[in-house]
Write a protein that binds this ligand. Structure first.
Ligand code: P53
Length: 473
């Protein structure tokens, strides 16, 4: 079965990984602006208390690929590929430099006005994430990040300002990028610095509650500002967790692990804490503090669609000895699946897993899905002004085939934006070397290079995919 005629093909980036210009136009610091690159970054992400006192030699977000200045030429290239949609995020600290101001920063607002106008010029629909790993740093150091309920109010103010400002330019919004990342990299997702003697689960789930409330408040504001013209989505770092074997205990373990990821979307989409959380919280010693009105708010303002990133499936066992072999190179630990190959960064490649994930998400929520991240991070070699990235084409072709199968299975799908459609800084490693793009950017891990853009082989391939609405892969 072919994809719908108005299927939204495109690509995705995030402000902090693309824009650079980290202090331009009155922008404040984001939490990601104090993170280094390479191995140090991974260490930093899990010891954020050390980061605040450390000076690193390179901060990749400070310049990134300088999209702040090059967006016109970059969007022109996206248009050349035929993009119908472009996903990016608004940098919260460009709009509210510290996060707790009452009035927004006009220069920041103007930047996104211009950026979205540039998309409009080519008929490209922007898909905008409100918070993509870049909570204002000040809210982390002064307020303790999302553990503090005050952030709900600051976020709501921010959401209202941008909804009001861009209501004629942007239709699709995502409230939080990979909201379940809060459990895996709490500093990224929630600006959380957790002491060793604290119950980490307590801190994380309380912060999650604040984000869930904030997400509903944003949806409420969206309805008030633009009625049903806005489409508000949640965003899950997806990827089914498979049982290691057909042992019933393994299957049970995978069910429980999957619930822990779905938890966020269960609340955002169905509008209530699922019944399994009672036991889950009891076993984790979590006691949520809720305010009166929270539950009815969640109920009344669920999301309109379910967006997700998909890179890999995962694998878990109920046997602690077997599970000790889990790899944590990715944010999500996983056992090695003997049936799958892995990328150069050890992410296991599983196109069928995308179809599995889509079926499960659609069965569970019965709301339209949107794939907003998918792609292969790989080392590319620029030769004669291009990159022969057949490995990337293969990865994407295999995934798109399974995506189309899932649509044939009956899944309602709004669109597909491949991750890092132009090379950007990697979120997990801070490297430029881990490239996802159709467009090569001449910049290395240390930030050296001309910044010049080159079309890879995949550029023309994707152009054809879009032109033929996925019938010629
Ligand atoms: P990179 C893992 C680790 C960090 C962020 O990741 C992640 C994931 C995978 O789910 O999430 C998303 O750049 C994220 C993007 C990120 C992309 O995965 O480490 O939303 O910001 O760039 C790919 O290869």
């Amino acid at each position: 079965m072919p994809l719908q005629k108005d299927f939204l093909w495109g690509g995705a980036v995030a402000a902090n990984q693309a824009e650079g210009a980290y202090k331009k136009g009155g922008k404040g610091m984001a939490l990601v602006d104090i993170l280094p690159s390479g191995k140090e970054r991974w260490d930093a992400l899990f010891h954020p208390n050390k980061v605040l006192e450390t000076t690193y030699h390179h901060y990749p977000s400070h310049e990134a690929i300088d999209f702040y200045h090059s967006y016109k030429e970059d969007i022109k290239l996206f248009a050349e590929m035929g993009f119908k949609v472009f996903r990016t995020s608004i940098s919260w600290p460009r709009i509210f430099p510290n996060g707790d101001e009452l009035e927004p920063n006009e220069a920041g607002l103007q930047f996104y006005d211009d950026l979205f106008a540039e998309c409009q010029k080519y008929g490209i629909e922007p898909l905008v994430t409100l918070n993509h790993f870049d909570t204002p740093l000040y809210l982390v150091t002064e307020y303790g990040g999302w553990r503090n309920r005050k952030l709900v109010e600051f976020y709501e103010r921010y959401a209202k300002v941008v909804f009001e400002r861009y209501k004629d330019k942007v239709k699709y919004w995502l409230t939080f990028n990979e909201i379940n990342m809060l459990l895996h990299i709490p500093f990224f997702g929630g600006g959380l610095i957790i002491d060793e003697d604290e119950n980490a689960d307590q801190v994380k789930f309380q912060a999650a509650h604040h984000q869930l409330v904030a997400s509903s408040l944003a949806t409420k504001a969206a309805r008030e500002i633009n009625g049903d013209k806005f489409m508000i989505g949640c965003m899950l770092a997806a990827g089914e967790i498979y049982p290691y074997s057909c042992h019933p205990e393994d299957l049970l373990k995978s069910v429980k692990e999957n619930q822990k990821q779905y938890f966020f979307i269960d609340v955002q989409s169905r509008g209530a804490y699922p019944s399994y959380t009672t036991r889950m919280f009891r076993e984790l010693n979590v006691e949520l503090k809720m305010k009166e009105g929270d539950e009815s708010l969640l109920k009344e303002y669920p999301v309109d669609f379910i967006s997700f990133s998909y890179y890999s499936s995962r694998l878990t066992s109920a046997d602690p000895e077997i599970n000790a072999g889990e790899k944590s190179g990715n944010a999500f630990g996983s056992l090695d699946n003997p049936h799958l190959e892995a990328s150069e960064w050890g992410w296991q490649i599983d196109p069928v897993g995308l179809r599995v994930t889509m079926n499960n998400l659609y069965d569970r929520y019965q709301k339209p899905l949107f794939i907003v991240e998918n792609g292969l991070g790989a080392v590319d070699k620029l030769e004669n002004g291009t990159v022969a990235d057949d490995y990337r084409i293969d990865y994407m072709r295999d995934h798109l085939k399974q995506m189309i199968e899932a649509v044939d299975d009956g899944v309602e799908l709004l669109g597909y934006t491949s991750w890092g459609c132009i090379d950007i800084v990697s979120a997990g490693s801070g490297e430029m070397k881990k490239r996802y793009g159709f467009i090569y950017v001449d910049r290395d891990n240390e930030g050296n290079g001309t910044g010049k853009r080159y079309k890879k082989k995949s550029f023309d391939w994707y152009k054809k995919v879009i032109e033929t609405n996925g019938t010629d892969l």
